[in-house]
Ligand binder design. Structure first.
Ligand code: NIG
Ligand code: FE
Length: 419
């Protein structure tokens, strides 16, 4: 073993779940590479060894910081691959209007919903949005999230869209959690373009996208492809224009009605299609065939009191399924990975192993980082979590509870439970 390297040894773990072998589709989502009595060795933030504790190489502990994980389970850090975490204001009243039966899209049509958050976000400074964003990252980290995706889309004008992306850039540079940025200027049509969504879309394509590209502050472009928001044709036009500038595609697809967003994701080579509550059989087939990551957000269906996406059908038909929170001020004010995990197992009928795959390596694929993060394999960045308990089953069995004891990011212990 080499000198002068910063080393971390996690030893004596009851279980190490590696999720090794790359992104997983269909039945392979159950292959999580569980090692009983395992250990992980990290050098300078990179995993250099993983295996049975009894087979640790000689000298592995020399000069290393040691974490004794006796009776505990080690997992790859969670990747929350779909959130809207930078926003101003809150919308508590709406939540209860919806429970009283007022549809989500009717609230938006009346100038509430997303547009309500747009006014609040436009009036907040970079500093205010950054402070709020960092507090949210702290809370996510404590639940085991080591990488999060975040979207703009609460500005809907040039200055505020760029401000949201700038804030995410700052957050990523300051905080242990990495933030992957997505430009979502096509989240709704702003009041000044009311009834002229095509003109607004042209403004996004001609004036905002080039600036986003120039500043290099987003990796993905997303669109709310939904009845009464942006059509299939409009979504296609935007995503292809963004692809020309080098931005990869994501789609809010088939959330409220079955519009064909999943099919469009397959057609235009989107990295992920998200929500999918009403994805058609043809849409599921298209995602499976094209390797689109089907990202399911069960906490949103729960909060909207809507039927859940057909995760079982997607997995059984060979899709790559990821799970994420969709944390946002409207449809789902929750970044609780434990809630998502419990809903996925109890309501979506996913197995515990599928849930773990969907929150780690497949989440990493949904943000285009599956070669760097999402599994415990030699050469990967050491983003790891240590549960309070001996196996991954507790993530679901202890329903909705935070079971994370420690979080390691790039080989550094960045969070630990003090209770
Ligand atoms: O993913 N559906 C569109 N966008 C978000 C909700 C945004 C909001 O309500 O503020 C979502 O559910
Ligand atoms: Fe969303």
């Amino acid at each position: 073993m080499q000198e002068n390297k910063q080393r971390l040894l996690i030893k004596n773990a009851a279980e190490v779940v590696t999720c090794a072998g790359g992104v997983k589709s269909g039945a392979a989502m159950n292959e999580i590479g569980s090692i009983a009595d395992g250990a992980v060795l990290v050098e300078d933030g990179v995993i250099v060894w993983v295996g049975k504790n009894a087979e640790l190489p000689n000298g592995a502990a020399d000069g290393a910081e040691i974490i004794d994980a006796k009776g505990q389970c080690v997992l790859p850090g969670f990747v929350d691959s779909h959130t809207h975490l930078v926003f101003g204001g809150y919308r508590p009243e709406e939540f209860f209007w919806r429970l009283d039966g007022l549809p989500y899209l009717d609230i938006l049509e009346k100038g509430g919903g997303i547009l309500n958050t747009v006014s609040a976000t436009r009036s907040d400074s970079v500093d205010k949005l950054t402070t709020l964003g960092l507090q949210r990252l702290d809370a996510m980290l404590a639940m085991g999230v080591t990488t999060v995706e975040g979207k703009s889309g609460y500005g809907l004008d040039l200055a505020t869209e760029l401000r949201q992306l700038e804030v995410m850039d700052k957050m990523s540079a300051t905080h242990a959690v990495d933030v992957v940025s997505t430009f979502m200027g096509a989240h709704a049509t702003p009041p000044d373009y009311r009834g002229r969504s095509e003109e607004y879309l042209d403004f996004i394509i001609d004036s905002v996208l080039p600036e986003v590209k120039k500043q290099g502050i987003a990796e993905f472009c997303d669109v709310f492809c939904e009845q009464g928001v942006f059509s299939i044709a409009q979504s296609r036009k935007l995503l292809l224009a963004a692809q020309k500038l080098g931005l990869k595609s994501k789609i809010h697809a088939d959330e409220i009605v079955s519009l064909g967003g999943a099919e469009l994701a397959g057609e235009c080579g989107a990295v992920s299609a998200d929500h999918l509550l009403h994805a058609s059989d043809a849409g599921i087939e298209a995602m499976a065939k094209s390797g689109v990551v089907a990202t399911i957000l069960p906490a949103t269906a729960f909060c909207l009191r809507e039927p859940y996406a057909r995760a079982r059908t997607m997995i059984d038909n060979g899709c790559i399924v990821a799970l994420a929170t969709d944390f946002n001020p409207g449809s789902c004010f929750s970044h609780s990975i434990p809630l998502v995990a419990a809903l996925a197992a109890i309501q979506l009928k996913m197995t515990p192993a599928e849930v773990v795959t969907a929150l780690t390596i497949n989440g990493a694929a949904a943000v285009g980082r599956d070669k760097r993060i999402g599994s415990i394999e030699v050469g990967k960045q050491a983003d790891l979590i240590i549960l309070k308990h001996p196996s991954h089953l507790y993530l679901i069995y202890h329903a909705g509870m935070n079971v994370v004891d420690k979080v390691v990011k790039k080989g550094q212990l960045v969070w630990q439970n003090n209770v």
